[in-house]
Design a protein around this ligand. Structure first.
Ligand code: SF4
Ligand code: SF4
Length: 353
């Protein structure tokens, strides 16, 4: 016999910070995805439209599902928030992308929990699936129903004690387990995240227009960034954390000492120019080591060029001009998408004395 409390105890032993149980229900929030896509807010993320039906209920993918065990892992580190950094020459990279690839680290831990559940329930086999971010499951909705936190006006899952720097993962299973109570919204009258967004990407509280969001523009958008939107990127080269950083629930968020989430030296408070002057091989290897593997090198170079153009600095102007003489191992500069944004950045910096 396996009960919810046993699973939560084992999850703690495996290093998870949060564990809760949600029933595999068709919650009303799950149907909002379709309307959101129909409004055009998903931009070039065609995979969302393709999997929208599957994402409307975990039982579409696994008809026997009765329970979703939702797990949360804190990844906050001791580095300052981007909103505290005044130097426009420093590369801003989303906090979650600094360390090892969480898909691998969290998947192995979640699979270990799932294997343990099967072992403990071996006399009565059950069906299960493990997800970490990438599967057709609306993780935050199940996390809210599992009592891990509420979905804030910034669309992130927020836990009142741990904040929102959380990786989520799930074991969907055909076992019936006692569910937790859903979390209640604790945003109240606060609007700090909506007011702080540099691109006004929230048409209404809790609704994100991805096509205006810096995270989408720097990570998901494969094509050219429109000249009007390039200025909005500021120094962000991969993702944006502003709407989480200003959240009062992250003001005193605890720090994780897990080595997996500490920044790789190459991405640890680096200057834009230092990254730009790296060879393709160095950048490609570092990108592959962490979750940034989602962007190919050419997109990362595109973002770097834009951020350097925005920096308005002589240092960036010089570094971009070094590229004219070409260091070895920088073939990515010939990619049309990089070349286009590089021309724009040089032009933008042309007036810098
Ligand atoms: S991630 Fe940045 S750009 Fe996107 S909604 Fe949040 S604050 Fe706005
Ligand atoms: S900043 Fe305020 S409104 Fe936004 S998610 Fe945090 S508590 Fe909610």
């Amino acid at each position: 016999m396996l009960v919810a409390e046993d699973i939560k105890n084992r999850a703690r032993e495996l290093g998870f910070d949060l564990c809760g149980i949600a029933p595999a229900g068709a919650f009303p929030e799950l149907s909002e995805l379709r309307h959101w896509i129909d409004k055009g807010y998903s931009g070039e993320m065609a995979y969302l439209a393709k999997t929208a039906e599957d994402r409307s209920d975990v039982r579409k993918v696994m008809p026997s599902a009765k329970t979703v065990v939702v797990l949360g892992t804190l990844y906050n580190t001791d580095r300052p928030y981007s909103t505290e950094i005044e130097d426009a020459g420093e590369a801003l990279i989303s906090r979650y992308a600094w360390g090892d690839d969480y898909h691998e680290v969290i998947a192995s831990r979640t699979k270990a929990l799932c294997a343990w559940m099967h072992e403990r329930h071996s006399l009565s086999p059950f069906e299960s699936r493990v997800y970490v971010d990438t599967g057709p499951i609306q993780e935050r909705v199940y996390a809210q129903y599992a009592g891990l936190g509420w979905i804030g006006k910034n669309t992130c899952l927020i836990n009142s004690d741990l904040g929102s720097w959380l990786f989520l993962s799930e074991v969907v299973c055909s076992l019936s387990l006692a569910p937790d109570s859903p979390s209640l919204d604790q945003c109240g009258s606060c609007t700090l995240c909506l007011d702080a967004c540099p691109t006004s990407a929230f048409p209404e509280p809790g609704v994100l227009d991805s096509t205006r969001c810096i995270s989408y523009l720097t990570i998901e958008k494969k094509s050219s960034i429109s000249p009007e939107q390039r200025d909005d990127l500021g120094s962000h080269v991969y993702g944006c954390d502003v709407c989480q950083e200003v959240c009062p629930y992250n003001a005193t968020a605890p720090i994780s000492d897990n080595p997996a989430w500490q920044p790789q030296p190459i991405f640890d408070r680096q200057r834009l120019t230092a990254l730009w002057l790296r060879s393709d091989t160095e950048l490609r290897n570092s990108i592959k080591k962490g979750p940034m593997t989602r962007v190919r090198l050419k997109r990362f170079r595109r973002n770097l060029a834009v951020a350097m153009g925005n920096s308005g600095s002589r240092e960036a102007q010089l570094a971009l001009n070094v590229s004219r003489t070409r260091s070895p191992d920088t073939d990515s500069l010939d990619e049309p998408i990089v070349a286009e944004h590089l021309v724009w950045a040089r032009e933008k910096l042309s007036g810098v004395p």
